[in-house]
Design a protein around this ligand. Sequence first.
Ligand SMILES: [Zn+2]
Length: 424
Amino acid sequence: MIFQPEYETLERHALEALQLERLQALVERLRDANEISTEALAGVAAPRSLGDLAGLPFSTKAEMRDAYPLGLLAVPPENLARLHASSGTTGNPTIGAYTKEDLRVFGEVMARSLAGGGIAPGDMFQVAWGYGLFTGGLGAHGGCETLGACAIPASSGNTARQLQLLTDLPVVGIGCTPSYGLVLAERLRAERRRPKALRYAICGAESWTREMRDELEELFGVVATNIYGLTEIIGPGVAQECLSKQGLHVQEDHFLAEIVDPETGTALADGERGELVLTTLTREAMPVLRYRTRDLTSMVRERCACGRTTARIDWFTGRVDDMLVIRGINVFPSAVEEVLLRFSELSPNYRIFVDRPPHGLDQMLVEVEHHPGAALDPDQLAQAVTTRLRETLMISLQTRVVSPGTIERIEAGKARRVIDRRTL
Ligand SMILES: [Zn+2]
């Protein structure tokens, strides 16, 4: 179901006219919004076409951190209706501020996302993302209300309670991180219980691959789609995969997307892989111009089989910041995950260790669990996986195949896939 066909299926030229109008208004608003944006836009001409976007300044995570807590506010503080924050791994968290209108837009893009992932008005939707400062829980909650679905505010963690809700109530969809979806699916299977009505999982807030999706769908018995967002822009709901599974639809009337070369910042053509850059076209409290997400993807603008005309971004190859450099070679954890999950004996529970022995070269060890009941010789399988990983990643490494349950499951927050002991 398409929640707002008047925007989601808008003809390209009409959509671009709307985007330009909103971009021009945004730039004018930012000129005297706060000291930081006034300075950034000094001497910058107003855009006369969407092509002029390239002449506008970028904004970065570091600038947002420096502006902590409210340096980037574009409205008087008394106009705010809510604050969220993303936990920074280094330094200050990033604050996301919302006016009442921003919360309406947040609800709207989340309602479109839920509908895109298979949820209909009247359905029960279990929100297993964290409630609180994190945008996931309350964001999805607002989306349910806007869509006319029934939100079950389970929040993250408390697996026994989550399973009870899923098996007792006619819950049609669940929103969670993909790794937590796996935790729930594994527990259901181990306890030989079945959800009463679950058909859809909308997963995000963590990087994952299509291979992981296939695995999750099979274990959980659901159709799983990918949702994308970030606190700096609004939270989840910036883009959502539809049931055609041909990429994630960007809510382009609210968020203007570009793909740029992560090194030079120059724009790349449709289909080329680079860094996603986002501009908030309608955000009031904390608008952002050309935000460098550090997320690597590509974009296409053809009409999708689902009928939506909005641009689609591909599944992320990773984040610029997640890239490991091992003996001078770039390694993305997502590439490791893709290889592992092509082995039917292996489960999606894995970890990557990177070590730097004294006077030695960097070493990488991939530890992965096999599926319960899989007939295999762990050493032989490890050897086969090592060979395949070496061919794909072009570096030497070790693999260890371990029993199901060896690797710690994360009930709340993001799964920790990479343990880089060089930096610890
Ligand atoms: Zn589609």
